[in-house]
Design a protein around this ligand. Structure first.
Ligand code: ASP
Ligand code: MG
Length: 601
């Protein structure tokens, strides 16, 4: 019999009427011939209320007792849901995390799932029950109650769907799916029919708050198709699966991360260990860093710029000022009024022209780009916060995200139909997944690949004027010369008001690229063009790179220990790339392989 997991978020079980509505939905699914597992969150704002209650007693409650407290929210919901289903004349059984056997590590407030028992669940389902599982909670080896972090019920649902090999995992929420961007900022935003796991991970980390990031990592790792949909209608929502709606289109979504701040460490001596010194101090304060850009230093000194969440700027600055002393930097500057605009799409990995389209649209509106970073499936630019909403709208329009894809939209498959096909064609895959499940902690960091690409060269234009339109001009001219650009980084302008713009190209296009860069530099009045004929791009890719904050630090440490200097960095949810000197590639690779040996699959 097909099995489905239906998860109802706090807003979908906020009162008795909504609980009954969710109950009816589950009953209907069961009557359609499915076994049904429901996962429910705490009602409405219960979790916030519980947090507030504890805060009225002390601002330093023991973490263990907070988990004891917070887990009660979900316990109320499962019981009421079971009562609701009984009242409608059907069989239901509610279970806490402990009763199911959701085993986690012992890190209260942010526990990670290690394993899930399925025996009791299966038995209750086979007895004809709708099983109602409490989201967000588990127990550690000593039977202490743990919780998975805010929003953790999504992760419970996807994890249950994975271990039960469910045919569908439906996430019922108060929005009707995933949008091309935040509809509150861009009213023309459109609901997408299907989006890739990697795209969703990027968008979630950029603040598209539809789902808990860890639940998507789970979905990807265990190949669970996730259907995000409204609990108030029957309309199909968005499928989160391996491949997006239109894999041929470069961009699937755009995001604004409004409350960012920029920090620049000026004039650091460009040698191994500098990044490590800075970023390990910030990581120690549990602050996540993005858009790390190091301009290629002249006279042995470089500026390192990056962004942090605005509300963590002060704490980050404390850490950075200490690091700045150690690396004898010339100064530290910051800007609390910036925002990040990003476009994300699996399709951009296979296409050219994507970056310049984004830069051109901003240039035409006279919006200045303060920094640029790119990864395989994401381009991010830093702009002033004031112009950020406008920038988002412009970029969204430039990639025609506001119009439906031309090909007929493929609707998510109705559940059930796909069951047999899934059983057959995916038998091998399922077996592999089950083996994986048994041999590992479910949420452990896994690295799929560590690779070295020595086929590229780097071109750097320095003294790039700090005004709108420059990046657009540069990359249009580069594209017109038929050059294929991979990584792009633009540093924050130096104290003197000029930035460095670096990009990587295939080695056999280097001379052509340098020529083009010289022409551009001359016409724009830039200082100079430098290049490096062979660079080595080292990449670590896997699942959980963001939620396991230590990955970039581990890379920096390994490279610094081997005396390898990092020239360029870019990070995404699924991959961290660093560019090092061409001669250091093999050494760096070996170093990374041993540094990640414990988590390399
Ligand atoms: N009740 C928890 C929270 O509000 C878990 C969840 O809703 O997913 O964070
Ligand atoms: Mg909640």
């Amino acid at each position: 019999m097909p099995l489905i997991v239906q998860k109802f978020g706090g807003s979908s079980v906020a009162n008795p009427e909504k609980i009954l509505r969710a109950a009816r939905r589950a009953i209907r699914a069961q009557q359609e011939g499915n076994q049904v597992v429901m996962v429910v969150s705490a009602m409405g704002d219960t979790t916030d209320d519980l947090l507030e209650l504890a805060a009225k007693i002390t601002d330093r409650p023991p973490a263990r007792e907070m988990d004891m407290l917070l887990s009660t929210g979900e316990q109320v919901s499962v019981a009421l849901m079971a009562i609701a289903i009984h009242s409608l004349g059907h069989k239901a059984l509610s279970l806490t995390g402990a009763q199911i056997g959701v085993k986690t590590d012992a890190s209260y407030r942010k526990a990670r799932i290690k394993s899930i028992e399925t025996t009791r669940l299966r038995k209750s389902l086979d007895d004809g029950n709708i099983v109602i599982a409490a989201g967000f909670q588990g127990i550690d080896d000593d039977f202490n109650i743990t919780t998975l972090g805010r929003g953790g019920s999504d992760t419970t649902a996807v994890a249950l769907a994975a271990v039960l090999r469910a045919d569908a995992c439906e996430i019922y929420t108060d929005v009707d799916g995933v949008y091309t961007t935040d509809p509150r900022v861009v009213p023309e935003a459109r609901r997408v029919g299907r989006i890739g796991y990697d795209e969703m991970l990027e968008l979630a980390s950029l603040g598209a708050g539809v789902m808990h990031s860890r639940s998507i990592e789970f979905g990807k790792k265990f190949d669970v198709p996730i259907h995000v949909r409204s609990s108030f209608t029957d309309q199909l929502g968005t499928m989160i699966v391996a491949e997006p709606e239109r894999p041929d289109l470069p961009v699937s979504g755009a995001a604004i991360t409004k409350d960012e701040a920029r920090i620049t460490v000026q004039g650091v001596i460009d040698r191994p260990g500098t990044s490590l010194e800075i970023f390990s101090r910030i990581a120690a304060k549990n602050i996540s860093v993005d858009m790390i850009v190091q301009n290629i230093g002249q006279s042995g000194r470089a500026d390192i710029s990056f962004t942090v969440p605005q509300n963590e700027l002060d704490t980050a600055l404390e850490a950075v000022r200490e690091a700045a002393k150690v690396v004898s930097a010339e100064g530290v500057t910051s800007d609390a009024n910036v925002a990040k605009i990003s476009v994300v799409g699996l399709g951009m990995a296979k296409q050219t022209g994507v970056a310049e389209k984004m830069f051109r649209s901003l240039a035409d509106a006279g919006i200045n780009i303060q920094m640029i970073t790119t990864s395989e499936i994401k381009i991010s630019v830093l702009v002033s916060r004031e112009r950020a909403p406008e920038a988002l709208r412009i970029v969204h329009h430039a990639f025609q995200l506001d119009t439906s894809p031309h090909a007929p939209r493929e609707e998510p498959k109705a559940r059930g139909e796909s069951h047999a096909a899934r059983e057959n064609s995916r038998g091998d895959l399922a077996a592999a997944v089950v083996t994986r499940l048994q041999s590992m902690n479910m949420e452990e960091l896994t690295i799929d690949d560590i690779s070295l690409d020595s086929s590229q060269a780097r071109v750097t234009i320095s003294g790039v004027p700090d005004k709108p339109g420059i990046a657009a001009k540069v990359f249009e001219d580069v594209a017109a010369a038929g050059i294929f650009v991979d990584m792009i980084v633009q540093s924050h302008p130096s104290a003197a008001g000029a930035a460095t713009l670096s990009f990587t190209v295939p080695q056999n296009q280097l001379s052509k690229s340098v020529e083009a860069a010289r022409r551009i530099a001359q016409s724009l009045g830039c200082q100079q063009v430098t290049s490096s004929p062979i660079i080595s791009k080292l990449s670590v890719s896997g699942v959980g790179l963001r939620t396991h904050v230590g990955v970039a630090i581990r890379m920096f440490k390994a490279l610094s220990d081997a005396g390898v200097n990092v020239e360029m960095i870019n990070t995404s949810e699924v991959r961290v790339n660093v560019v090092v000197d061409g001669a250091a590639g093999e050494k760096g690779l070996a170093q990374l392989q041993s540094a990640f040996a414990d988590v390399l699959r």
